[in-house]
Unconditional design. Structure first.
Length: 447
């Protein structure tokens, strides 16, 4: 049964036309046809499972997922129900922790954020054996991030590293270049925003980001801090580094933008709220993940063709650099699933090259399979993807590996300190000092 499942999901990596067209040598075709026959027999013998998968997908992600699941259902005879979730990763995590702690048997497959593996490892099945023929296709660092004490907790669906979205029409109109430092961004944002407002668009803003008190703010603020050479909150060796001058300078800089180049309401924005304002045409610059690229170029988007992407700007100081936080989503199988074999088949399918290519083309999500960065269709359809290979490879991980099961609390203390500062509730230096003490308490003798 098991070999059949793996062979089936491998076969599903070929589209019908690819398989039956002249692309494959005859011998290989004969071999695959005979494999397919045995797979059909095995699949036919297995019972049709009823699976459930959770999805907090943003944009048109739910529709995309449904389309992929329809193909899986047709190929396997299983049925899959989507359980829709809020798009906030923080809200999802809270719910999944409760469900898993209660041994919930209703959800078979979870879509998991890259930071969750160490915290939820005990609740998911080890996928090492099932995925042994395909793990080598993925970037090793991503597989490593999903491996906890030798257990492969989840299979990668896509990786994430943010971009600076900018309105190329507006930069051209005002003779400005794409900013490479935050100081340049601030000056250009202000100049264009003021001019556009004076010209009759009172809704125009300079820069939008994710400022709500949740995991997304941790991602944004880590980028500001790291871009100023202020470290990674907790370093890979477990040292708490956040209480430093560079980190404080970075956060104070952004506090100065709230109510000037960024709306006050930005402190309540998550990804979709900031994308909404940006995509209406009401911002010069926007920080978001690659999924906003295909949506921004959609046929119903007022800014289609008017924007482009660049790496996020660098800060100030001797260690200044452009910094992008590493994100990404994976697929994990609950150890409480009543149908683990079918659920594993689904996880393999959703992380397969076939689905990742579709995701890249339709959702502009970054693949985790290295070969797809050389795919001509992807490069032509979503040029951000090959251009983002280097950016995601240099992206900064959040400290989920060193802080293990305590990461969620670390992150929530960090985003609260930042949110307080952005809201005018204390300076960055004051809030980072308190944060450091709280993190020391949380750490105790060791993480
Ligand atoms: C994106 C990233 C994820 C991150 C989240 C924050 O979904 O892929 O890793 O935690 O944004 O909002």
């Amino acid at each position: 049964m098991w070999t059949g499942s793996v062979a089936l999901s491998r076969l599903m990596c070929l589209s019908r036309t690819e398989f039956f067209s002249g692309g494959f040598p005859m011998k290989l075709k004969t071999l695959l046809v005979s494999m397919m026959a045995s797979v059909t027999l095995v699949a036919g013998a297995a019972h049709a499972a009823e699976l459930s998968i959770v999805s907090g997908d943003t944009g048109n992600g739910l529709e995309f997922l449904r389309g992929q699941l329809d193909k899986f259902e047709a190929a396997t005879g299983h049925t899959v129900t989507i359980v829709p979730m809020p798009s906030s990763t923080t809200d999802q995590f809270g719910q999944y922790k409760l469900w898993l702690a209660a041994g919930n048997t209703d959800i078979d497959v979870y879509q998991t954020d890259v930071i969750w593996a160490p915290q939820l490892a005990d609740q998911f099945l080890d996928l090492s054996e099932a995925a042994k023929d395909v793990v080598g296709d993925h970037f090793p660092s991503i597989i490593e991030s999903q491996t906890v004490n030798g257990k492969l907790v989840a299979l990668p669906a896509f990786t994430d590293a943010p971009a600076l979205y900018y309105r190329k029409d507006l930069l051209e109109k005002y003779g400005k270049s794409v900013p490479t430092t935050w100081a340049e961004l601030e000056a250009t944002a202000k100049e264009i925003m003021d001019a556009e407002r004076a010209a009759g668009n009172p809704e125009m803003w300079g820069f939008l980001f994710q400022g709500n008190a949740y995991e997304g703010l941790t991602c944004n603020a880590l980028e500001w801090v790291k871009s100023f050479g202020g470290g990674q909150i907790v370093e890979p060796d477990g040292t708490i580094s956040i209480n430093n001058e560079q980190a404080a300078a970075a956060i104070d800089m952004v506090a100065g933008w709230v109510g000037t180049i960024s709306p006050e309401g930005n402190l309540a924005y998550m990804e979709e709220e900031s994308r909404g304002v940006w995509q209406l045409g009401n911002a010069v610059f926007h920080r978001n993940w690659p999924y906003a690229y295909s949506l921004g170029n959609g046929s119903d988007s007022p800014i289609a063709g008017k924007f482009d992407v660049a790496p996020l700007p660098a800060g100030e100081g001797p260690d200044a650099r452009s910094a992008a936080t590493l994100g990404g989503w994976n697929v994990a199988v609950s150890k409480y699933s009543p149908d683990p074999d079918a659920a594993i088949e689904l996880a393999l399918y959703l992380s397969s090259a076939e689905v990742q290519k579709e995701r890249a083309l339709m959702q502009s999500n970054l693949p985790t399979i290295e070969a797809l960065y050389d795919d001509a269709d992807i490069a032509a359809g979503q040029p951000i993807i090959p251009n983002w290979k280097e950016i995601f490879q240099n992206a900064v991980p959040r400290p989920s590996a060193p802080t293990q099961a305590k990461y969620n609390e670390v992150s929530s203390l960090f985003w609260s300190a930042v949110h307080d500062t952005l809201s005018g509730n204390g300076t960055a230096a004051e809030n980072l000092e308190i944060l450091e003490a709280d993190l020391e308490d949380l750490k105790g003798d060791a993480w």
